[in-house]
Design a protein around this ligand. Structure first.
Ligand SMILES: [Zn+2]
Length: 575
């Protein structure tokens, strides 16, 4: 018997089984129950959140005839009639899925629209689903638009996209839009627990927490990672195995680093970084783990009662939350996120990690007075006091801010005013200098061009998930023998060089190119990977945005007028 991957085996077949998309499910259920049917639906959201799944359930709802053949449109498709079983099996004549990432041409759309002229063969409605619709060419969009304007009553369109901003406004305005959100890590973790319990696979909660976090809101990636973890762990999932598989860093390492930072103990910090290098952990994974720890610390400082004391990480989070002031936690979080983005530009990733963490040392302690010496402990500092603003600030770190935040702050202000300006108060000149235009050099090679274009196409077609995708993004293409079909990649992270990861990427590559491919992966630092290209491009856009803002006459006027005004680092976001 062949093994069915978890993501396919546990694909939801009804709205009730959908996980983490309550708002969309509720809206669609009401619409179906009240027969308020629209002729075009648009589902937006990042990869793996359920766009195709919800489209299939909608198609079943529209065409279900019930177990006895007398049912009508329903929000709870029966799962047993012809429509339900054939849509689930992907062979229903009146449900068509077109992947715009691979079928972008006008011919495919014309072909689809010709089929639209005929009434449904077996069902009540024809449902055409166009995935990655933003990738359609302009001619295709225009051809589609005519049918979208005056569709026959038996025709329903479902468009899905990861990038709604690239859709023509005329198309958007004809669609009823639903946003599928990235799924929260604890929801993903609970779902993994249920799935693995019904598979009879034993799994440690801490291991599932790691998998849920690594999936970044995508249930499909979470299930795909769980598949790999089962294979890696020989049938069981434990924390050490998952950490090794993900290249994830132990929480202990992150705590040791933050502890050294809180005590401003440079020697302890460098020693902790050395241990990381010896353990073979990547700098990127380290910064991600530190960011995750800092985010939990900010929550502990703002709303301590929401932390889950059953979580083994919580004790460490509480201890460090008391040792670092809330505004410094915020500052360090911002430094760590920036450092993560710049890591690809550093000559050596540990040098990048060290520089990033030492930045906090360049900043005088908040509030002016000298810090307590190491060992005296920081629990008595005002840090332990809940500061409601901190949670909001943590959330806003992920929300793009469109304009620059210019903080007008009077150094002689009363304590109250100073407290309100707390996050900005501790961002002095040392940090301001840091965000000066970086000089981004980027090694671009012809093989790098070829690899970046190929990975972009594979990613657009959603042929890659989780670790194989990470390998594609992090690797440099160092040699190709087209005649023999041999491709050689170079990547540093050991967890990306394992056979299962390589074989998955190899299979996706072969499928995409339509010929046999042999992929070899060697150990070494990549100098021209798609990830590095993206980091360089981001840095370039950031520098450009900062240059424009700094040149803005109004900003200059404010900076000149108020001696203590400064542009808050990280508040400028390129479009
Ligand atoms: Zn049915």
């Amino acid at each position: 018997m062949s093994y069915v991957v978890l993501a396919r085996k546990y694909r939801p077949r009804s709205f009730a089984q959908m996980v983490g998309q309550d708002a969309v499910v509720r809206a669609l259920t009401h619409a179906l129950e009240q027969r308020r049917l629209h002729h075009a639906y648009l589902f937006t959201g990042t990869r793996g959140v359920g766009k195709t799944t919800v489209s299939r359930i909608l198609a079943k709802s529209l065409n279900c005839t019930g177990p006895d053949g007398s049912g009508g449109v329903t929000a709870t498709p029966c799962g047993t009639c012809q429509a339900c079983t054939e849509i689930d099996a992907d062979r229903y004549l009146d449900y068509v899925e077109l992947d715009a990432a691979s079928n972008r041409g006008i011919d495919e759309i014309r072909d689809l629209l010709e089929r639209a002229a005929y009434k449904p063969v077996v069902g009540r409605f024809k449902v055409f689903m166009i995935d990655e619709a933003h990738q359609l060419t302009k001619e295709s969009f225009n051809a589609l638009l005519k049918t979208l304007e005056e569709p026959p009553e038996y025709l329903k369109f479902v468009l899905a996209t990861t990038d709604p901003e690239k859709m023509l406004p005329t198309v958007l305005s004809r669609c009823l839009q639903f946003n599928l959100r990235p799924i929260a890590p604890d929801v993903v973790q609970q779902h993994l627990e249920q799935v693995l319990a019904s598979e009879g696979v034993s799994a440690q909660p801490a291991a599932l927490r790691l998998l849920a976090r690594a999936a970044r809101g995508s249930m499909r990636d979470a299930l795909s990672l769980a598949d790999q973890a089962i294979a890696y762990g020989g049938g069981a999932i434990d924390e050490a195995g998952v950490r090794a598989m993900l290249g994830a860093v132990d929480r202990d390492h992150a705590e040791r680093l933050v502890d050294a930072l809180a005590r401003r103990d440079g020697a302890a910090l460098l020693a902790a970084i050395d241990r990381l290098r010896e353990a073979g952990h990547s700098a990127a994974a380290t910064l991600e783990e530190i960011a995750s720890l800092l985010q939990q610390m900010a929550v502990a400082q703002a709303v301590p009662e929401v932390l889950d004391d059953a979580d083994p990480d919580t004790a460490g989070v509480r201890r460090l939350a008391a040792a670092l002031a809330p505004d410094e936690t915020q500052l360090l979080y911002s430094i760590v996120l920036h450092g993560r983005g710049e890591l690809g530009l550093a000559p050596d990733e540990y040098a990048g990690l060290t520089m990033t963490l030492l930045r906090l040392f360049a900043v005088p302690p908040a509030g002016g007075p000298p810090r307590p010496a190491a060992g005296e402990g920081g629990a008595a500092r005002p840090a332990a006091r809940p500061m409601p603003a901190a949670a909001g600030a943590a959330a806003s770190a992920r929300v793009p801010v469109t304009g620059p935040l210019v903080d007008r702050h009077n150094a002689d202000a009363s304590d109250d005013a100073a407290a309100q300006a707390a996050p900005a108060r501790s961002l002095p000149a040392a940090v301001r200098e840091r965000s000066a235009t970086p000089d981004v050099a980027h090694v671009a090679t012809p093989l790098g061009d070829r690899w970046a274009a190929l990975v972009d196409a594979l990613d657009g077609a959603q042929r890659l998930a989780a670790l194989p995708r990470e390998l594609a993004l992090q690797a440099e293409l160092v040699a190709v023998d087209d005649a023999a079909g041999r491709w050689r990649l170079r990547v540093e992270r050991e967890s990306l060089r394992t056979a299962p990861v390589r074989e998955k990427l190899q299979a996706a590559l072969a499928e995409h190119l339509g010929r046999a491919v042999r992929l070899e992966v060697e150990a070494g630092v990549a100098h021209d990977s798609p990830a590095l290209r993206e980091a360089a491009e981001r840095a370039r856009r950031q520098a450009e945005a900062e240059r424009i803002i700094r040149g803005d006459p109004l900003v200059q006027q404010i900076l000149a007028q108020y001696e203590t005004a400064r542009i808050v680092p990280g508040s400028i976001k390129p479009h």
